[in-house]
Design a protein around this ligand. Structure first.
Ligand code: 5GP
Length: 199
């Protein structure tokens, strides 16, 4: 699927996504194969859902999953690093081998918060896996053990990542070339990506 609209362009195609995720899945399977209990993959809602689904399918070992949802406190619209948990884990992670599964690590503030917060609950080990890593935007250094793709400093949507709740089900990663244009008309790319249905 491609977007003919000049406000967005394909960055990572479906086939490339599948290859990158399989590679990370294999790496994680090797690293986590001989644990006393299956590792717990913690998906960070909502952006990581597609990645988590494909990642766990690509792993060759038994895993358990749980979800956490956080929201950023922001008065300015930019990430301040001050976040709160809006949906907590159901599983007690004390003594567990935990992998935080993120859609994208940008400034690193969110992952840094999650690592600290989950680290305080006494896991046996704590790792992080991300689909995308925007290394150039990092504000806080944060460890990311598994990363499928490094991306440039552009706003991306698709494959779980949204703009105002839209575009999560686009099966590839698109780079938004003109974010101001999209902000002005959030449905802009929808018209070129999806078949219009008549009522
Ligand atoms: P952080 O800056 O704390 O590392 O990233 C926080 C969150 O910002 C990510 O989990 C993601 O939800 C959002 N984010 C950062 N960069 C992008 C991007 O390019 N596209 C989208 N859709 N979300 C992003």
């Amino acid at each position: 699927m491609t977007s003919p609209d000049h406000a967005g362009e394909p960055l990572i195609a479906r086939r490339e996504l599948a290859c990158g995720i399989d590679r990370v899945g294999m790496q994680m399977s090797n690293d986590l194969a001989s644990l006393p209990r299956p590792p717990l993959l913690v998906g960070v809602l909502k952006g990581s859902t597609l990645f988590l689904a494909d990642l766990m399918r690509s792993m060759q070992i038994e895993v358990e999953i749980d979800f956490i949802s956080i929201s950023a406190y922001s008065s300015t619209g930019s990430s301040s690093g001050v976040v709160r948990i809006v949906k907590d884990l159901e599983v007690d992670i004390a003594g567990r081998d935990v992998v935080i599964v993120e859609d994208i690590v940008d400034t690193g503030l969110t992952l840094n918060y999650l690592r600290r917060s989950l680290g305080e609950r006494g896991p046996r080990s704590l790792r992080a896996a991300t689909l995308l890593d925007k290394v150039a935007r990092r504000i806080v250094p944060v460890e990311v053990e598994y990363s499928a793709f490094e991306v440039p400093d552009v706003f991306v949507v698709g494959y779980g990542l949204d703009f105002q709740g839209l575009y999560r089900n686009v099966p590839e990663i698109l780079a938004v070339k003109d974010i101001a244009k999209l902000a002005n008309d959030p449905m802009l790319l929808v018209r070129s990506l999806f078949v219009e249905t008549s009522a």
